[in-house]
Ligand binder design. Sequence first.
Ligand code: 13P
Ligand code: SF4
Length: 305
Amino acid sequence: MFKEQLQEKIQKLKEKRNAVILAHSYQIEEIQEVADFVGGSLALSYKAAQTQAKVILFCGVRFMAETASILCPDKIILLPDMNAGCPLADMVTAEDLKELKNKHPQAKIVGYVNTTAQVKAELDVCCTSGNAVNIIESLKNEEEIIFVPDKNLGSFVKKKTGKNIILWNGFCPVHVKISVKDIEDKKRLYPNAKVIVHPECRPEVIEIADEVLSTGGMCKYARENTKIKQIIVGTEVGLLHKLRNENPKKNFYPVSESIICPDMKITTLEKVYWALENMKYEIKVSSDLRFKAKRGVDEMVKILP
Ligand code: 13P
Ligand code: SF4
């Protein structure tokens, strides 16, 4: 079936099912085109919490659909491919975290949204890369903070806030591929371009960037800095589609064409169609777990970037 035909069928099915399609900005272009909203983890959580639709078709990875289920227990949350996971989220388990908590009973536990629902149930506060600094800064009286699972985002926040943060040894296998050499090579080609990178990048990459931003923060930066016409983008290549769409007069260059998240690319237009047709695959966090995980997620959506 041609792309346009499939997109048309998806639009019709969406109405029939009273569904909304939320897509992360790392999704393939065809999916971004058919989505009702395309954005970063934080904005997607806000959208899920606000939608009036009965069904949320989540084009992203599992932890994002689980977060939507935690925020909206009465809605049907669909993930087009059950294999869309996040290796970073799988780098910490609830058991691992409980063990660490036992060693630091006074510590406040902050977790990245890239975690399983089981881990979220062990957190005091959840955050995204868009509001991690603000969340940690809001913990005024805490002497000790545990941050899981991303060590790079954690050390970036630690440096920014000067707080006593115990880091977990997790990392995003996609963002750690970005090297200083990638940036230097691109800078040689485009010497006037600004360099923006995601906080999941290695510290040495963060060090040489002009700005360190979440995907939502990158879109805002491109939109608001009217004088900046050339930007080298240090994150998953899917974001380039949204950036170019929203800023047609500017030039965006990926640090490297190989910065691709296989889990984000597992969802295809066909799978989106089948998901709505068959109402599969439903992601539902059990009410027990949801009750425990909700506290931290509620804190996350309260604190703006
Ligand atoms: P954002 O929170 O910036 O959208 O990033 C999500 C993610 O998975 C980064 O790899
Ligand atoms: Fe997980 Fe990294 Fe893929 Fe984001 S880019 S979903 S953190 S593996």
